[in-house]
Design a protein around this ligand. Structure first.
Ligand code: UD1
Length: 318
């Protein structure tokens, strides 16, 4: 059994961060959560009473130093997500995604943290036609968000090479599951489809719906991140954490519609600026280095997720 340790989860009141915090607490570790509550919510962590919560902005170096102090492991999940939002407001996204990350790295180095795991993104691969995406492929950001996530990874690798900070980046591919906030126009597509279908409202599809994604259930990400954190050989590297398949938005919509039993059709509108056409991960490296396996399939993940939204979503309209 692994010894009990102290973990900081930045963005721990957000979607992915709250699942990590929950799993760490259930394994008996000491968990501290830092979150600005810009997109996170106290509700997401209300069921983890043992976790210590600190509210603040990691773009403030003093706050970053304060929360990192005393922690052995840092799971840096805090970010302002959404490709589309970063296209509209690159400056706010940069502050959260780049300034916040640099401060976490500076503070982690000063505090002698044993390992930092950075939440990277599949968006860094851009639109190069080769599928599936391997970690050896060059990064090719097509949006401010993608560039900021690429910078975070590269800053972490630089801190490893320059200062000996132990670090790993996990590139997430379109994560979905319970607690993903559906309420913003920038919310993940599965959260938006689920709530629209449950309320019998037509969801929006940007473009022709033939773009594809490697949708990943959040429990698989939690498993991948914790394995990456614990594996010494992963130091200084980046890993895809995904399911390894891909599905078009049109097909996704049909499957979700069937699970919900809804009768609405989507409304098609113009494709989003900065949107990648196809995305699919090669997960061979994570399998090889830390025995990662996506245990929850897309089908099972969609069923669990729709069950959760069904319990959360107000009654049907229309
Ligand atoms: C991107 C990244 C992902 C990252 C996420 C963070 C890629 C391939 N993926 O996701 O790794 O975690 O940003 O925000 O770059 N769409 C609709 N209707 C909607 C909402 C979205 O059709 O109501 C479409 C989008 O145009 C896109 C797809 O669905 O083609 C997925 O969109 P979204 O869920 O926002 O995620 P990505 O931008 O793909």
């Amino acid at each position: 059994m692994t010894p009990m340790s102290t973990y900081l989860v930045t963005g721990g009141a957000g979607f992915i961060g709250s699942h990590l915090a929950e799993e760490l607490a259930s394994r008996g570790h000491t968990v501290r959560i830092a979150d600005s509550l810009a997109t996170g919510n106290r509700r997401n962590i209300a069921h983890i009473p043992d976790a210590e919560f600190r509210q603040g902005d990691l773009a403030d170096l003093d706050f970053a130093r304060d929360v990192v102090a005393g922690c052995e492991y840092v799971l840096h999940q805090a970010a302002l997500p959404s490709v589309a939002r970063s296209v509209v407001d690159p400056v706010t996204a940069h502050r959260a995604n780049v300034d916040g990350t640099l401060n976490v790295l500076v503070a982690s180095r000063e505090a002698g943290v044993k390992r930092v795991v950075f939440a990277g993104s599949s968006s860094v691969y851009g639109d190069a036609p080769v599928l599936p995406k391997r970690e050896t492929m060059p990064v090719n950001p097509m949006s401010p968000y993608a560039l900021q996530k690429a910078m975070g990874e590269q800053y972490l690798q630089l801190f490893t090479a320059l200062y000996g900070l132990s670090g790993v980046s996990t590139r997430y591919f379109n994560v979905f599951g319970p607690r993903q906030d559906p309420s913003s126009p920038y919310s993940g597509v599965i959260s938006q489809f689920a709530t629209a279908l449950l309320q019998n409202r037509p969801p929006t599809i940007y473009g022709d719906g033939e773009q594809t994604r490697d949708f990943t259930y959040v429990a698989n990400v939690v498993d991948g991140v914790l394995r990456a954190c614990e594996m010494p050989d992963a130091n200084g590297q980046v890993f895809n954490v995904a399911t390894g398949g891909r599905i078009s938005l049109n097909e996704l919509f049909q499957r979700m519609k069937a699970i919900v039993g809804a009768s609405v059709e989507p409304v098609y509108t113009a494709a989003r600026l900065g949107d990648v056409r196809h995305s699919q991960a090669d997960i061979g490296k994570a399998k090889e280095v830390f025995a990662y396996e996506p245990r929850v399939s897309l089908e099972e993940g969609l069923a669990r997720t729709i069950d959760w939204y069904r319990a959360e979503t107000p009654a049907e309209v229309g």
